[in-house]
Design a binder for this molecule. Sequence first.
Ligand code: GDP
Length: 364
Amino acid sequence: MKLGIVGLPNVGKSTLFNAITQAGAESANYPFCTIEPNIGVVAVPDERLKFLRDLHQSQKVIPAAIEFYDIAGLVRGASKGEGLGNKFLSHIREVAAILQVIRCFEDDNITHVDGNVNPLRDIETINLELIFSDLEMIERRIQKTEKLAKTDKSLFTELDLLKRLQAAFEEGLSARSLEYSEEEADLVKDFGLLSMKPIIYVANVAEDEVADDGQNNPHVQKLREFARTDHAEVVVICAKIEAEIAELEEEEKAMFLEELGLKQSGLDRLVKASYSLLGLISYLTAGPQEVRAWTIKKGSKAPQAAGKIHTDFEKGFIRAEVVAYDDLVSCGSNAAAKEKGLVRLEGKEYIVKDGDVILFRFNV
Ligand code: GDP
């Protein structure tokens, strides 16, 4: 599952993407990840791994990772266009979620393609391309469904929904911004709409504006208001600082962040927000050999989660020995947690939670 980074030219995309590849996770640990120049693999920051490593004196720590895909080349008219524009849209189709980088920093030395800094206009430029492409698709679908609905009344809900989407698109609203009933939400998933993809608006602010999360930047305020109506999140970063941080060693990094008055880097915040935007959580395994975070979809059951480690674990699943991370910390050790009855035996129907520390029992 990849996230795509998009944005107009000169907003700081490459700067952010460079920070991502610099900070890059060791790819040897992630055989599933694609290695291409425009894909960056980043470890998902997880404080829990450090505690578990110390507890087990583990040799190796393997955090979860996600992939970011640098999607350059949006041109106005992409939805109508051939070549570059089409390519841009097909790249967006491939990603599970979008990070849209928005320029919120003023700097007279860096030209803006449209003359001045204006986040809402920039967002509109990009979003409209996605919305136009969705509109075209929906219109074709309406024609088809109208014909079929003449003999099949069960299609009325779908037809109503399609028309509601059409009206929204004509007003320049994203599919994401609408409210859906449960039935509609299922239908809309199948439409594969670009403007339905979950999105984070990444506000790229000046160096001295990150410490207070862009509170005093009027562009960020406008962006936040818009994001609420668009059912989207805003993460404030300074791409330039992130690029500098990414080049530092761990210790230097901590010092640098403290000087800036920050608890964690913008990239760390962005990666965490991206992980949850994708609907992903981590469960943990821990032993003397390695401590590891495993990525699963929220709502996964124990056997599926076990399958992430090895397909045999899923096939031969017997049960899972589970302790919640917080319980483990408050007890101090696995043995103490067991004594207090906090290590649970869970079966096939158990829904794994974020931060569960698990030992799987399985037949081979
Ligand atoms: P892209 O075209 O969106 O990939 O933009 P770049 O990452 O190449 O950035 C365009 C210019 O803006 C470069 O000169 C960057 O150094 C500069 N830039 C990027 N982020 C920031 C920032 O947070 N503050 C300032 N002042 N300049 C930035």
